[in-house]
Design a protein around this ligand. Structure first.
Ligand SMILES: Cc1cc2nc3c(=O)[nH]c(=O)nc-3n(C[C@H](O)[C@H](O)[C@H](O)COP(=O)(O)O)c2cc1C
Length: 233
């Protein structure tokens, strides 16, 4: 598989088959992920990987906490809940498409709560990853962890595995922290489901849209370069 095939094929999967992922495969994915660049090579990534009984304990513990504390959704780190355009529209479109595929009507709070809760089951994936970062590190290191995660997701795609990055694990961190023994000196910044996609699950048919390059890129100096090239040529 060419790199660009993996980039194009990767998408977030939200329903997995129970088939296990061997330890050696998970380890190899982490080795590949750790080849990501990081500012001044600080390699800020830390990850807890759960499967089997350890995964069950985490899932059950966090879901129980969520049932008891449904309003305790704040992240531990500073964040903004401000939803402004154009981001709000994109977010709503994704939610509408996803809930539409699953068949959850707008306003059905009970089913929406249940579907959101599937995040904390890693969408039934056999392997769950929880990424943490030292509280001493700043935004630059958060970027590095994003690159680590993308390496992992692309390498997984190449191996026929599927993934879903999960910011949902920012929430209910009060339950996750003791269950995984995460020190107070670290933030829980993301989760990730890893396993084999269930091809029959309607939610996995979701295709998220992208804006064209012109919508986010501002080009500088290319016209000059092109006219010089034309003159030279
Ligand atoms: C940092 C991050 C956090 C995310 N958190 C969640 C999440 O909590 N639950 C979820 O279902 N999807 C989550 N996603 C998946 C995004 O919704 C998805 O990447 C986006 O809609 C683009 O779709 P694609 O991944 O299929 O290309 C997250 C993605 C990223 C990068």
């Amino acid at each position: 598989m060419q790199l660009q095939d993996a980039i194009k094929e990767r998408k977030s999967i939200r329903a997995f088959k129970p088939d296990p992922v061997p330890f050696e495969t998970v380890k190899e994915l982490l080795e590949l992920a750790a080849l990501a660049p990081s500012g001044t090579n600080v390699q800020p990534w830390k990850v807890h990987v759960v499967t089997g009984a350890a995964r069950e304990r985490l899932v059950e513990g966090v879901l129980a906490y969520r049932e008891e504390n449904p309003g305790d959704t704040a992240q531990e780190f500073e964040h903004s809940n401000k939803r402004v355009e154009p981001y709000l529209g994109r977010m709503r479109k994704l939610g509408k498409d996803m809930y539409g595929l699953i068949g959850i009507p707008k306003g059905d709070k009970e089913r929406a709560w249940e579907q959101w809760g599937r995040n904390y089951k890693f969408f039934d994936a056999p392997v769950g990853l929880i990424f943490t970062i030292d509280k001493e590190l700043d935004a630059r290191s958060w970027l590095d962890i994003g690159m680590f995660m993308q390496n992992l997701m692309l390498a997984a795609t190449e191996k026929g595995l599927a993934t879903c990055a999960q910011g949902a694990w920012n929430m209910f961190w009060k339950a996750t922290r003791p269950l995984l023994g995460i020190p107070e000196s670290e933030y829980i910044i993301c989760g990730l489901s890893l396993g084999y996609a269930d091809p029959d699950a309607p939610v996995n048919a979701l295709i998220s849209e992208r804006e064209p390059v012109e919508a986010f890129a501002t080009f500088h100096g290319f016209e000059d370069a092109e006219s010089s090239a034309a003159k030279a040529g």
